[in-house]
Design a protein around this ligand. Structure first.
Ligand SMILES: [Zn+2]
Length: 72
């Protein structure tokens, strides 16, 4: 059960998003490839992990293409 109060805490927020999006590990939102490199963290949000797909080269982060993208 997702407790919305947890979303107020940034670290838990991103952790929750990751677990909901990628329960079996991070994969590319564009091609679905699981060969993904971590590419550091967001400049303003240190808990927001960025990734780069080895398959298609797409760069994305924890919130790309989610309902949370662009909010706050
Ligand atoms: Zn890809």
């Amino acid at each position: 059960m997702l407790n919305l109060v947890n979303l107020l805490d940034d670290a838990k927020c991103y952790e929750t998003v990751r677990q909901l999006r990628w329960p079996e590990g991070v994969h590319c939102p564009k091609c679905g490839c699981e060969q993904v490199n971590k590419r550091g963290k967001d400049d303003t949000q240190p808990n927001r992990q960025r990734y780069c797909c080895q398959g298609c080269g797409k760069q994305f982060d924890d919130l790309t293409d989610t309902i949370f993208a662009g909010r706050r």
